[in-house]
Design a binder for this molecule. Sequence first.
Ligand code: SAH
Ligand code: SF4
Length: 377
Amino acid sequence: MSVPRLNLYDFTREQLRGQLVRWELNPVHVARLWNYLYIELAASLDAMPELPPKLRARLAAETRLGVLPTALETASSDGFTHKYLLALSDAEKIETVLMRFTGRVTACVSSQVGCAMGCVFCATGQMGYTRHLTPGEIVAQAVHVARTLKLSAPVGPTVGRAPAGSETDRRAVLRPGLHPQRLRNIVLMGMGEPLHNYDAVMTAIDILRDETGLALGAERITLSTVGVVPGILRLAQEMRPLHLAVSLHAATQAERATLVPAAKKWPLDELMAACRTYSETTGRRIFYEWTLIEGKNDSEAHARAVGELLRGLDAQVNLIPLNPTDGYAGAPTRSAAAKAFQHVLATEFKIPSTVRQRRGIDIAAGCGQLAVAESAG
Ligand code: SAH
Ligand code: SF4
């Protein structure tokens, strides 16, 4: 059986330097290789012509570039959201979403194939857990989006649409927005629970942040967790530079446990204690996510309960009207109720909040809609 090849996207810059040393090559070449990987976004070894022959030979013999082929690409009708079904080397598939609104370009990346946490309203939870992603599989999603953006950079004013499939057509499809765009924001809010796959996710973040590569600033990386308490405490202890979002959805243990089975393992009081420790240690505000389900957790009384729960914490609440999934019958909160919820948080508790815009729902690319099924897309 052949030895599995090293995936170049799995390596931090430092690790790649170490690999060159192990190959008895001059580690200075890591700069050029890294540049090909993360600035030029080369999609194959052939697209890296200026490497020393000995390095090229090693790379060809012992490594692979873990580019993730697109199995399916879908664009929302408003053109702001693109969803990519990407194939992994073992034929598993994951979904990655490119969002372009309010002047921001964001990639929503997956951390696992499926998810073990089983939140009742989430399509990923409904499909169950298959496996963790490697650092390279997480990095490759960001590279995929960055490369797509690079290829879609307009070269001049484009009017109308070129024939389907042509490069110009790609540009037209990827609009709106005439400006060439660089990937600026990453949200770990795709498929999976990132703190369940802690080490791979942190290595991937280190690679994404590398200033000589994709150079995504800490302020532009957001990790969303269902509330894995040991993971939150470890983030605090390691002072990981990122934004943390915690999915709350309910302000009592009993209510939360019906929506989020993981709450049985990490009860609400322990979760809130961990959040407090995180904020105190890092000095960072936490975003608390609240999926608004009509008649379930969207009343003014619920808003008061979350206000009380977050009292004294540096908090912002992100309200996400429920997106439809096959396995859950609930309905999204209407916008008047969402506004009333916000009003209570703002006036009675001075807690800022936002209501997530419902984008990409027509292609099932909204929060919690990512799943890999025959019907994907
Ligand atoms: N596993 C992580 C990150 C992925 S989910 C987490 O749970 O936080 C990203 C966000 O989408 C979470 O806040 C999650 O609760 C929310 N979400 C899941 N399913 C949803 C749905 N059907 N409608 C709206 N939001 C949903
Ligand atoms: Fe997993 Fe997050 Fe979905 Fe819950 S909401 S099942 S933790 S991906």
